[in-house]
Design a protein around this ligand. Structure first.
Ligand code: PLP
Length: 232
């Protein structure tokens, strides 16, 4: 795929996002698009940046390190996949935000590495809103709250919000319910001291981003709809 084709797809999704935002009475400018480049080769990343993508996402630390090394341009890179503690140092070098924190131990490891590197990092806590066993993310509200409160005590991390994945192959109703749940928990978290800096609600992928925008997403994560199907 070429930069022009990616730019056209970006324009199409931005227009659909604007429509979804208006349906919900939201400001169309309040939703950011992340281009998810996992499994895509480096040349696709370069084309996405040339096409105007300014926010990119990867779900594996090693893959991101190899693919993004030395890439020029002005963009942000976020980790959206599970972070193993032994990759925390590399993550602290590579990403401006880790969206997939689901245990305090991981946050603490990342905090130590960021402190050692003299930087602060934005993080989101991932919540498993569908109850599916195969998914990562905090599994209960108590686990989520413990994570949120614990992160607030870490000096090198800044809690910016929450992230979730909609149910796998879910129908519209269950998808909407999952996003609505995250939006409610997000609003509650923002009223607490620990969550007072939260302004990012990351939900919605290629198959369900319009529903996510209707339910309040401020960031949608899109791969397939921008780059085509991934090789298995
Ligand atoms: C792969 C991935 C996406 C993008 O999925 P698409 O369906 O290809 O848009 C979004 N979020 C996460 C966490 C992912 O792993």
């Amino acid at each position: 795929m070429e930069a022009g084709a990616i730019a056209a797809r970006l324009a199409e999704v931005r227009s659909r996002i604007a429509d979804a935002a208006r349906r919900a009475g939201r400001d169309p400018g309040s939703v950011r698009v992340m281009a998810v480049t996992k499994t895509q080769p480096r040349e696709v990343v370069e084309q996405a940046i040339a096409a105007g993508a300014t926010l990119l996402g990867e779900n594996r630390v090693r893959e991101a390190a190899a693919k993004y090394a030395g890439l020029g341009g002005s963009f942000e890179l976020h980790l959206i996949g599970h972070l193993q503690r032994n990759k925390a140092a590399e993550a602290a070098r590579l990403f401006s935000c880790v969206q997939s924190i689901d245990r305090l131990e991981t946050a603490e490891a990342l905090d130590r590495r960021c402190a050692a590197a003299g930087r602060r990092m934005d993080v989101l806590v991932e919540y498993n809103t569908s109850g599916e066993e195969s998914k990562s993310g905090a599994r209960s509200r108590a686990d989520l709250d413990a994570c949120v409160e614990g992160i607030a005590r870490l000096s090198s991390l800044r809690l910016r919000g929450l992230m979730t994945l909609g149910p796998l192959g879910g129908d519209e109703e269950s998808t909407r319910a999952a996003f609505r749940l995250l939006a409610r928990v997000f609003e509650e978290a923002r009223t607490t001291a620990a969550g007072s800096a939260c302004d990012v609600l990351s939900m919605g992928m290629s198959g369900d981003y319009e529903i996510a925008v209707e339910e309040g997403a401020s960031l949608v994560r899109l791969g397939t709809i921008l780059f085509g199907p991934r090789d298995p």
